[in-house]
Design a protein around this ligand. Structure first.
Ligand code: MF3
Ligand code: CO
Length: 290
């Protein structure tokens, strides 16, 4: 990218002169680059206007999940969850991002028990007491993307599964607290994998979080199994998801070879996941969707 002159408008779209805007930011980025740190390119740094649009998308995303939270119950099918997500999303003028995404056939992912993620809603799968269900909702509003997921416990859930769900939520909260401007993605991974392992759980390695906002899936890939102080630099303006998949047993997973989507634990033991969307700010992090 061409170096801007100090009196030119900043690349971030603020309308402010470069000298008074991201010049210090770029110097810092260059300094880390020289040290071979993975740094975000300018197109991953959200402008205030983009953030505003993404927040609006996230308002829909949260409202849809709130609706699901109120209506999910024993005896309904996962197709009925899909119907709720489609209707509640479209009536707010938005589009469910999963629908037709790389051939995904439904509006939401519903992942129960040993399904790790990307479960496909079906009228055959009826929610029963004891199920733990992840509902992963992704929304496009006016071209801007939001993405978050929650766990739901149906009826009487065993203490073992309840603990998995709670510890996984704690992992996300710890990960959020580890988001610091000019820190590293690995700082988030470190606290998450530590907390999971201390509770006897394993973190899925091959699937993780992602940059999000202008696209469904942007750089960086957000791993939860890398070391503290490694991975991409958390420059202010970077936006990504924290969505660890935590397994009660082995970390090994496989993808259903018939539907090409559903990811299962190899040992058939349960897995849990919560997902939030965060923005790195000048003094910490802002939760965009949860
Ligand atoms: N919502 C998932 C995520 O958090 C992506 C699902 S892709 C889909 O990244 F096609 F399965 F919806
Ligand atoms: Co996601």
């Amino acid at each position: 990218m061409r170096r801007l002159k100090p009196d030119e408008a900043c690349w971030c779209g603020s309308g402010v002169m470069y000298r008074n805007c991201h010049v210090a930011f770029d110097k810092k980025i260059d300094m880390y680059k020289k040290k071979h740190v993975k740094v975000p390119s300018h197109n991953l740094i959200k402008t205030p206007e983009q953030v505003e649009m993404i927040r609006k998308s996230a308002e829909v995303n949260v409202a849809v999940l709130d609706y699901v939270a109120e209506h999910i119950k024993e005896g309904i099918s996962t197709q009925e969850i899909d119907d709720m997500v489609y209707q509640e999303t479209t009536k707010r003028g938005a589009i469910p991002a999963p629908l037709n995404y790389e051939g995904f056939p439904k509006s939401v992912c519903t992942s129960i028990d040993d399904v790790v993620c990307h479960g496909i809603p079906s009228s055959e799968r009826i929610l029963k007491s004891g199920d733990i269900v992840n509902v992963d909702c992704s929304t496009i509003l006016d071209g801007y993307f939001s993405d978050s997921s929650r766990m739901f416990m149906i009826g009487e859930v065993s203490d073992e599964k309840r603990k998995l769900v709670e510890v996984t939520k704690e992992c996300v909260e710890l990960g959020l607290a580890a988001v610091k401007p000019w820190g590293f993605l690995g700082d988030i991974a470190d606290v998450i994998s530590r907390h999971a392992n201390e509770n006897g759980y394993r973190v899925v390695r091959e699937i993780g979080g992602h940059g999000v906002g202008l696209e469904f899936h942007e750089e960086p890939f957000v791993s939860y199994v890398i070391r503290k102080g490694t991975g991409m630099l958390l420059a202010p303006g970077l936006m990504f998801t924290i969505e660890p998949m935590i397994n009660m047993g082995s970390e090994k997973v496989y993808t259903d070879r018939f539907d090409g989507w559903t990811v299962y634990t190899s040992d058939g033991k349960p897995s849990a996941q919560w997902e939030i969307q965060v923005l790195v700010t000048d003094d910490g992090a802002e939760v965009i969707s949860w």
